[in-house]
Ligand binder design. Structure first.
Ligand code: DX5
Ligand code: ZN
Length: 214
């Protein structure tokens, strides 16, 4: 089954509760945390995740675009995240492994995220313990960018690694997913589609979510 994860980066932050309710027919709620160092943009942090947790029962998929995420995973887990993604480029491998261990101890689902430059094989040291791999199809930092078609190859390679070592692991794709690119990422092996502008920019939001699933 294909799951849709609307990104609140394209929502109106002054009306976040209203905009979260608009996507209640989706599967996950994707929250982009950016620190202004790992990526050039700054978005939201722990207090916002805590407030969102109080106003929705949706599965909170928190994408940490921050340097040295091991410093923050416990706090985000306690704030109510259901899943945390840490970028493989954001710290030394031993500290990524440590971040994953802390997530396990906190009972939160574990994901690693790959910038477009990172090879699919980079997930190999962690694959057996992961709940999800997130493949970026834009440079992380901003919503509304063009889908990078080159990344279809990475999606295919990650899918074959998942099938070999951990078939229950989900494969999420993030960046430029829209009605024209969704079939391509699904065909390449993705099962969770993040969409910011394609969902919040649509006149009929439930219709846009349903259209992306097919
Ligand atoms: C970008 C973020 C994405 C972003 C996607 O760094 O990780 O989640 O919100 O936005 P769209 O779907 O508009 O490309
Ligand atoms: Zn994201």
């Amino acid at each position: 089954m294909i799951k849709i994860a609307p990104s609140i980066l394209s929502a109106d932050f002054a009306n976040l509760e209203r905009d979260i309710k608009k996507v209640s027919s989706a599967d996950y709620l994707h929250i982009d945390v950016m620190d202004g160092a790992f990526v050039p943009n700054i978005t939201v942090g722990v207090p916002v995740v805590k407030s969102i947790r109080k106003c929705t029962d949706m599965f909170l998929d928190v994408h940490l675009m921050v340097e040295k995420p091991v410093r923050y995973v416990e706090t985000f887990a306690r704030a109510g995240a259901d899943l945390l993604s840490v970028h493989l480029e954001a710290d030394h491998p031993t500290r990524i492994a440590e971040a994953l261990k802390i997530m396990g101890d906190c009972g939160v689902k574990k994901a690693v995220a790959l910038r477009p430059i990172t090879k699919a094989e980079a997930v190999l040291p962690y694959i057996e313990e992961l709940d999800m791999v997130l493949v970026m199809t834009v440079e992380p930092g901003f919503g509304g960018q063009a889908f990078m078609e080159d990344q279809l190859d990475t999606i295919r390679k990650v899918r074959s690694i998942i099938e070999k070592y951990n078939p229950a692991c989900e494969l999420e794709v993030d960046g430029g997913v829209a009605p024209d690119t969704a079939p391509l990422v699904i065909e390449a092996g993705a099962n969770v589609l993040v969409a910011g502008s394609a969902v919040y920019g649509a006149a009929d939001i439930p219709g846009a979510i349903a259209a992306l699933r097919t």
